[in-house]
Design a protein around this ligand. Structure first.
Ligand code: TLP
Length: 342
């Protein structure tokens, strides 16, 4: 039976062309800063986002956590949306590694308003309050269904962050999806955030890696913490080459992922067993709810038909489209859903 794996866009396998680029990569010891391919990738991503410097890291989690560590002091509070990956899915690392506490605010489709953030910043004159050390946004927002942060709100939040002297970080694991969907240039996002973590191993299809970008002093400090976190890698140009390949060849393909997600979501909206808010389907993620029973039952049933999804709660299911699912696979998924859940 053919398996159609819609659990995540992290599951893509490197294409033969990507593997060829990896095996041809020039390498060196990156802890000494001597891997030419890593240096190139860091420069390419920094330039894309109009930042001074970049740092190649093994995962999106490390990119985010280095940002938390580098921007804050132990005892600080960081402001996050309640469903943020940094809060929900990073194994408590912000508390464990940076000694910060999290203030989570309820968002609408993953989006916080500037006014909400402004109100939530702690008053530095109040000795009872933890100093607010960081504001972090997520774009696209995973748990909200791949939703795009409205650029007007980002601008206002950036104003709050500057006025209150609190750094602003973007968990941009899927920021390239947002760029492709909106035609907003990475550089524009770069102008609003002090740091951005960009994943190469989601929709872009590289096997490993993220790049954290920011000012030169910020990245120099983050490089020190990367070593402390065990993320100093050696001849890692092999992996950076995959990232460079992904940026050169796969960004535009994200558009196809968005079309596949849209098609899937529209078909789901016509089925009697499920509910879906189509307005949240803006990129490559489709989150829908089951009307009766649990998401686990549905996921088991789908699995028996060769279709893989993950539960996002007792009643919510997530599908993610990516390079390794074709439009035919999506049609097959739709037919299977129609057959079993209409
Ligand atoms: N997200 C994974 C899971 O952890 C949920 C997925 O399948 O979507 N930021 C965001 C917004 C993410 O969605 C993820 C991965 C990360 C950061 C972390 O990236 P990695 O997995 O490379 O540490």
């Amino acid at each position: 039976m053919k398996i159609i794996d819609l659990r995540s866009d992290t599951i893509t396998k490197p294409s033969p062309e990507m593997r060829a680029a990896m095996s041809a990569a020039e390498v060196g010891d990156d802890v000494f800063g001597e891997d030419p391919t890593v240096n190139e990738l860091q420069q390419v991503v920094a330039r894309m986002f109009d930042k001074e410097a970049g740092l190649f890291v093994p995962s999106g989690t490390m990119g985010n956590q280095l940002a938390v560590k580098t921007h804050t002091q132990p005892g600080n509070e960081i402001i996050l949306e309640a469903d943020a990956h940094i809060f929900k899915y990073e194994a408590g690392a912000a508390g464990m590694l940076s000694g910060v506490i999290t203030k989570i605010l309820p968002g609408t489709n993953g989006v916080l308003t500037a006014a909400q953030i402004d109100r939530s910043v702690n008053n530095l004159d109040d000795i009872h309050a933890a100093p607010t050390g960081l504001i972090a946004l997520e774009n696209t927002h995973n748990r909200a269904g791949g939703t795009i942060y409205p650029i007007e709100e980002i601008k206002k939040i950036a104003d709050v962050s500057r006025r209150r002297h609190i750094p602003l970080h973007l968990d941009g694991a899927r920021v390239m999806n947002a760029c492709v969907a909106t035609n907003i240039k990475p550089m524009e996002y770069g102008s609003y955030f002090d740091s951005i973590s960009i994943c190469l191993s989601k929709g872009l299809g590289a096997p490993v890696g993220s790049v954290l970008v920011g000012t030169r002093p910020f990245i120099d400090k983050a490089r020190y913490f990367r070593k402390a976190f065990g993320g100093g890698m050696r001849q890692v140009g092999l992996l950076a080459a995959a990232g460079l390949y992904a940026l050169r060849h796969n960004v535009d393909k994200l558009r196809e992922d968005h079309l596949k997600a849209r098609k899937l979501a529209e078909s789901i909206s016509e089925l009697k067993s499920f509910t879906i808010d189509l307005s949240t389907v803006q990129t490559n993620i489709v989150i829908f709810s089951v009307k009766s029973g649990t998401s686990y039952d549905i996921i088991d049933k789908l699995k028996s038909q060769g279709i893989l999804a993950i539960p996002f709660s007792d009643v919510k299911i997530r599908f993610v489209t990516h390079l390794d699912v074709s439009i035919d696979d999506i049609d097959h998924t739709i037919n299977t859903l129609k057959k079993h859940f209409n």
